[in-house]
Design a protein. Sequence first.
Length: 228
Amino acid sequence: MASAAAQSQDQGASPPTGQRRGPNDVAGQPLVGKITAIKDGAVELAKPGGTSVTVKLTDKTEYRKDRQSAKLGDFKVGEMVFVRGVEDTNHGVTALMIAGRSGNGPEGGGRGFGSGGGGFGELGKDFVVGEVKSVDAPKITVLRPDNVTQTMELNEETSLRKGRESITMADIQPGDYLVVRGGVQNNAFAPKSVMIISLEQWKRMQEMGMIPTGNAPANTPKNNPRQP
């Protein structure tokens, strides 16, 4: 049932019946950041919140660039990347997949995390970022950086997090900023993971080119005709 998304998910407890945690759930969350170093079988990332993280690489790590297969040598310091991985008990992360796109290196500004296309996917279809405008469980309406509102319906497969902590839908309030990963199912965006970020992190993501500047959430959104 969709309402299961609003049920309590105590950190470390088993997920509710029917709610599975896949290998891409980085004990939940995916990572987004700028590469600061590539060495010793690992990639160091500067995260939007100002912290850094070292992501371990293995012979099973998959690399993608512009939606195509790639190799580690295709990535350079200064590029923005998206990482899916698994977190160990020491909070270390081992990458399952690292994705990026061309033209997003230190020389060319790139088109940003929310530009559509590229290694991160298409805004509104592969991911959603923006400010929460309303919560009507199990649905959340978000105002995206392109001033389009999008309504998403959470389900029992959706993981909800704030930092390292698991949260419930009741913890999401209007005015929060979200980064949501998912995909289109039955002609609707189905969220797989929802992460609350702070206003400071939102601004940092804009500064790092991950969110288009000049199209910040506004108080007069345009409706998205594709949404119910």
